[in-house]
Write a new protein. Structure first.
Length: 532
């Protein structure tokens, strides 16, 4: 029996998914909040927020993610980075999951991945949990009622947390599984309540599909000058590097906080909402994001709260350091209504350097930009993935290796070609540690980072005097208005300069060791600036 506000032309039975109990098609936010609370999946928080916990999975499970190995994708997938699943094993997984779902209540959301109609992906999400349907309704883009009438999904995601996979039968690693089948246009998610798997599955799909259409998919936030979409900036970076915080600049228009495409038409957001980390979130430092934690239907994930007042504790990470809130983009007052921007004028690569070696900002040549893009150096921040309890230095190519189905050179070449064609200025920004490594130094002051970014975006920083960094060869400003001079020279922030030199040598060696695998795929311009 179907219950919903807006019913699509294609029902689950038309997709061969039958035998379910109640199916709720495209409920709005108010109905999804009510369904979530009625099912006992969450507690109502202040302002009508939805307070949820996700059990043992409080972050993504990258080791449980698989791509089905079929003939059509065999030569296109970066198999060193994507675990394969046999097609027959996927078929067993699919049939077993459907059998498990018989008679159950499910929520269907028909949504768009991509603000540009020319490149968007029509995605159907079938969710066992009502709050998962609310989450993905926030994070993807919502069609108008008239568009639902003719909606036919390009891909379908089935998310069933109560289903436990059998590694021997289903060709996976554990009871948790995320399996992508590009031929069958299906994604199956089981054994995890962590909602982030939904949105990152769509990102992975777009990362596979869009390059063949000349579109660069980017793990980045983006904004543009108010009233001037031509002045667009994108911010690459892994979770915890500051994409959401730094792009939510009240003096600029927010295009989006995490996933975008760069086509021959400009920049476009993949999503319709934001998924912000809330640990140590404050009204003073990030007022707009903080305000969403008291707005109706915001999903508050894995946060400790007072059981009587429902007051949130932004410092208590006992459940996870990866506490988050999910909300629609229009909850940010300066958010773009269209999700569209121009070709990036500035490209910022955010890195969280746990070694305390990199300067707070550096200017990159196009060849250096490709080198650092392919290197993807950062630190995994505590809680983002299962088992990560403190920052771990890592190299995540293209600042998003877990979501990259194709080889890194595909994305690197796309980026370099677009930078060359449109003349973007590239910057490397360190939001990690200064004055020492993690454990002895301190986190880069957010005010300094914001001041440097503002100067980069308004064009005043490029007019300053620069020095050549002795370790990496990029240009570092000697002075910048409102920023302590010593901060611009990381060696000067260390109590023991020789200890800094030793740490820098260690990091340079790590860069060289990591980049060796890309040398056969790069041209002489990149080799000339690369450390390998």
């Amino acid at each position: 029996m179907d219950h919903g506000r807006v019913n699509p032309r294609m029902r689950l039975e038309d997709q061969g998914i039958g035998g379910l109990g109640q199916v709720h098609y495209n409920l709005g936010e108010a109905d999804l909040v009510a369904a979530t609370l009625q099912a006992g999946e969450a507690v109502e928080g202040q302002g009508g927020t939805v307070l949820v916990t996700t059990g043992k999975h409080t972050g993504r499970s990258p080791k449980d993610k698989f791509v089905v190995r079929t003939a059509s994708v065999e030569d296109k997938i970066w198999w060193e980075n994507n675990a394969p699943m046999d097609p027959d094993a996927f078929d067993r997984l699919y049939l077993d999951m459907l059998a498990h779902m018989k008679g159950g209540s499910y929520h269907v959301q028909d949504l768009f991945g991509g603000a540009d109609p020319a490149f968007r992906l029509d995605v159907r999400v079938i969710a066992e949990l009502a709050w998962h349907a609310l989450f993905i309704r926030h994070l993807l883009r919502r069609p108008e009622a008239g568009e639902i009438d003719s909606f036919v999904p390009d891909f379908t995601i089935i998310n069933c947390p109560t289903f436990k996979a059998d590694p021997a039968r289903h060709g996976c690693r554990s009871e948790t599984v995320i399996a992508l089948n590009f031929d069958r246009k299906l994604i199956l998610i089981g054994g995890t309540e962590y909602a982030g798997e939904n949105k990152k599955s769509v990102f992975t799909l777009l990362n596979y599909l869009l390059p063949e259409r000349g579109v660069m998919p980017m793990h980045c936030s983006a904004n543009h000058a108010t009233g001037n979409p031509v002045d667009t900036a994108v911010f690459f970076g892994l979770s915890g590097t500051g994409k959401t915080t730094l792009s939510a600049d009240p003096s600029r228009t927010l295009i989006g906080d995490d996933e975008h495409g760069w086509s021959d038409r400009g920049t476009f957001n993949f999503e319709g909402g934001c998924y912000a980390k809330t640990i140590s979130l404050s009204a003073e430092a990030e007022p707009e994001i903080y305000a969403t934690t008291r707005k109706f239907a915001t999903v508050i994930e894995n946060m400790v709260f007072d059981p009587v007042t429902r007051e949130l504790d932004f410092e208590d990470s006992s459940l996870t350091a990866n506490m988050r809130c999910a909300y629609p983009l229009h909850y940010i007052s300066n958010a773009s209504e269209t999700g569209l921007g121009g070709h990036p004028k500035n490209i910022i690569m955010l890195t969280c350097d746990a070694f305390g070696v990199l300067p707070p900002i550096a200017r990159l040549t196009p060849a250096q930009a490709m080198y650092h893009f392919l290197s993807g150096f950062t630190s995994k921040v505590a809680g983002t993935e299962r088992g990560v309890t403190e920052p771990e230095p890592t190299f995540s190519t293209c600042f998003g290796a877990p979501f990259m189905p194709r080889r890194p050179e595909v994305y690197g070449q796309l980026l370099r070609d677009k930078i060359a064609h449109h003349g973007a200025t590239c910057w490397l920004v360190n939001t990690g540690w200064t004055g020492g490594a993690y454990g002895s130094g301190k986190r880069m002051p957010i005010r300094a980072t914001r001041a440097l970014l503002a100067a980069a975006l308004d064009g005043t920083l490029i007019e300053q005097r620069f020095r050549k960094d002795p370790n990496f060869g990029f240009d570092v400003p000697v002075t910048a208005e409102g920023v302590d001079v010593d901060l611009l020279d990381p060696r000067a922030t260390w109590a023991d300069p020789e200890a800094y030199d030793a740490q820098a040598a260690r990091l340079v060696h790590m860069f060289a060791e990591n980049f060796g695998k890309y040398v056969p795929f790069i041209d002489d311009d990149v080799k000339a600036v690369a450390i390998f």
